[in-house]
Design a protein. Sequence first.
Length: 138
Amino acid sequence: MPLITIELMAGTTVEHRKAISDGIHKAMTEILGIPDDDRFHVFHELSEGNMIHEPVVFGIPRTTARMLFITLSFNERSPEQKSALYAALVRRLKEHADIGSDEVLLRVIETARENWWADGRVVNPETGYDERMDIATS
């Protein structure tokens, strides 16, 4: 049951935010094996002056106009899964919303599996995951 927050500059369209959400969700189902109906994405649009960064970060020029700060909150995953997830995210964001990898900053916040609850969610006591998940990809 991941919770995703996306921060971006104000002025995007509903359609563009949906395309961003679709790209993120596709990467999450693909790499982490989350169920198709497990989408909780919250967008925060920032007004001018509320996103400040250096014009060049890690040697790559960045523009505020299209920068996305994505926070993924989910239970523990291996470093390899998180690396694969980042690669899938930037690929899917390019495909779905025409967002380049230089415009994406990702932060992962991990919490224990038992700290996620929603009505209707059933946790497998042996794995700690949603019982609908494909554990082979989790």
